[in-house]
Design a protein around this ligand. Structure first.
Ligand code: NAD
Length: 284
């Protein structure tokens, strides 16, 4: 019989969080450490990773390690796997948190109209392939590669949970950000694919789709740089979120704990929106 009514099974488990130096990763790390999960904060920004690990350990008293790794470089992931196993132990959980959008993969126009036919570079046609590829790869390959490197020992031990971080873009693409949208849609598809592939191994694969949270990777789209006021896009998002606010990073913790624990023992291949009702709202 699996533990179905508390989070006690999570104590002393080891969770790797990629992009753990970022806003959502850091918040997840604190929440997980609060129930006794040992966290390994991986980030391409080593200083950010170590800072988060130190704060998590100070705030919760649970061990946390900060390490440098690039989710797009398999050799860097293989190297850090050895360090993780030596310092923190065998990996029980992987949260693929590294991701985000970039201005280089963002069109200036939301829609192409007749008025813009002399200005096509502001539309889809002006997207730089390099920026597009960077964002697509960070969000998709940056989930695939760490999973390939870190899930092997889970499969061999016949237990473990992988959590991918999707987005509202996965359900309906947002204007201006086609690379991020396509990549996050591919995360949902890959979550289902891998869940089926691993289903008989005891390793579960699920995703969380955060709604709108104000963080570094989207601040330039949602707030006016000079005044700090909401951009028209920011206003649109609030109007499209029935609960009428941006999410707080800590709002994601409960869903993550549920999906990591045995309480969700029979759940694999799903994506849970944490979005204040955004994905349920038709706009009218
Ligand atoms: P963030 O920018 O604060 O954090 C992302 C972290 O990833 C950064 O610390 C960055 O250094 C790290 N990173 C970037 N490239 C890396 C690489 N190659 N290897 C390792 N680490 C790398 O962003 P966030 O908002 O905390 O985003 C976390 C996840 O949540 C992302 O997948 C993002 O797409 C997703 N998400 C965010 C929102 C939101 O509203 N903020 C909404 C939906 C989904």
């Amino acid at each position: 019989m699996h533990n179905m009514n508390n989070l006690n099974d999570l104590k002393d488990k080891v969770c790797v969080i990629t992009g753990g130096g970022g806003v959502i990763g850091a918040s997840l790390a604190t929440g997980l450490a609060g129930v006794g999960i040992v966290t390994v904060i991986l980030d391409i920004n080593e200083e950010a990773a170590q800072k988060v690990a130190t704060t998590v350990q100070e705030e919760t008293g649970t061990k946390s390690f900060g390490m440098k790794a690039n989710v797009l470089d398999k050799a860097s992931l293989v190297a850090v796997l050895q360090q993780i196993t030596d310092e923190a132990g065998q990996i029980d959980f992987l949260i693929n948190g590294a991701g985000g959008n970039s201005p280089q993969a963002t069109t200036q126009l939301e829609e192409l109209t007749e008025d813009d036919l002399d200005n096509l570079e502001k539309s889809f046609f002006g997207l730089e392939m390099e920026g597009f590829q960077k964002v697509f790869d960070l969000n998709f390959m940056g989930t695939l590669l760490p999973t390939m490197v870190f899930a092997k020992q889970m499969v061999q031990r016949q237990k473990g949970v992988i959590l991918n971080i999707s987005s509202m873009n996965a359900y309906k693409p947002l204007t201006k950000i086609p690379a991020y949208s396509a990549a996050k849609a591919s995360i949902n598809n890959f979550t289902e694919w891998l869940a089926v592939h691993f289903a008989k191994t005891g390793v579960r694969v699920n995703a969380i789709a955060p709604g709108f949270f104000l963080t570094n990777q989207n601040r330039f789209l949602l707030l006016d740089e000079a005044t700090g006021a909401l951009t028209s896009r920011g206003k649109k998002i609030i109007a499209s979120t029935p609960m009428g606010a941006f999410g707080e990073p800590a709002d994601i913790t409960g869903t993550a704990l549920y999906l990591l624990s045995d309480m969700s023992h029979f759940i694999t291949g799903i994506c849970i929106p944490v979005d204040g009702g955004y994905s349920a709202y038709g706009g009218v």
